[in-house]
Design a protein around this ligand. Structure first.
Ligand code: ZN
Length: 255
């Protein structure tokens, strides 16, 4: 199977950096690429206040879903880290969901869904802020009718706790001959040159990028627990290995 690349754009909210997001919209449409947009329903993260509040924001998001078929995902509730819990993936030492009370998880995610519904948006896709979620978060998501989560290791889709996982492993494009690869980008922080680079990549490779949500729905979401467990362990080891080599490099500088 040829590779499928998915562009995931994180941290959309009414105070995002509109010029960058609208430039990316133009580029994605030019190449008929359907991204996953991680929308913060009720942002309280000062880092995501990049621009004046845009009154058309929610209409714009709804248009992207209804007109262009973009995948609009719930990206937590307010994007504020509650603690330093790394969650299952161990990517960031901060979390909005890992390690908090189950009732709080339910409250936050229910409020997020209500905000989406108030703006006429229905979605079954979730993206955890800071890539941090625990097993209980997954159970709560399932109980609130989410079907898809964008995150996790491996090169193929998998299922866990009744949720379909679309793995997210890249922060920039790499060439592979097969597999499902999600490239996570943060448009608010992207440089002009990085946006142009994405345009170049799409110009040369757009045939391998996601064209519709149906394409994801038609993938095989097998339960491969053993394989999955190995991927999680390998990911943790790899991260620690990188940390250890970084320490050694730093240490050697002072010798
Ligand atoms: Zn985020």
């Amino acid at each position: 199977m040829k590779p499928i690349y998915i562009v995931r754009l994180d941290d959309a909210c009414p105070t995002f950096c509109r010029s960058k997001w609208l430039k990316l919209e133009k580029i994605l449409k030019q190449f008929d690429v359907v991204p996953i947009i991680a929308v913060v329903p009720s942002n309280l993260d000062p880092l995501l206040r990049q621009d004046k509040h845009w009154p058309r924001f929610w209409n714009w998001i709804k248009e992207r879903q209804d007109i262009d078929g973009w995948i609009i995902a719930v990206h937590g509730y307010n994007h504020v880290a509650e603690n330093a819990n790394v969650g299952i993936l161990g990517i960031n030492k901060k979390s909005e969901f890992s390690g908090i009370e189950k009732s709080e998880k339910i409250k936050k995610i229910s409020k997020a869904i209500k905000i989406f519904q108030r703006h006429g948006l229905n979605t079954d896709f979730f993206v955890a802020p800071y890539h941090s979620f625990d097993f209980q978060t997954l159970k709560v998501l399932r109980s609130l009718d989410f079907k898809f989560v964008s995150d996790g290791p491996g090169s193929s889709t998998f299922s866990l706790f009744g949720l379909n996982f679309v793995p997210q492993q890249l922060w920039k494009h790499k060439t592979y001959s097969s597999g499902v690869w999600t490239i996570c980008l943060h448009p608010n922080a992207m440089l002009e040159t990085e946006i142009n680079k994405l345009e170049d990549i799409l110009r040369d490779n757009s045939q391998f990028f996601l064209k519709s949500k149906t394409q994801i729905e038609n993938l095989n979401f097998e339960k491969k627990y053993l394989k999955l467990l190995c991927s999680f362990i390998a990911m943790r080891l790899k991260r620690n290995f990188i940390k250890v080599t970084a320490y050694l490099r730093d240490y050697s500088k002072f010798q």
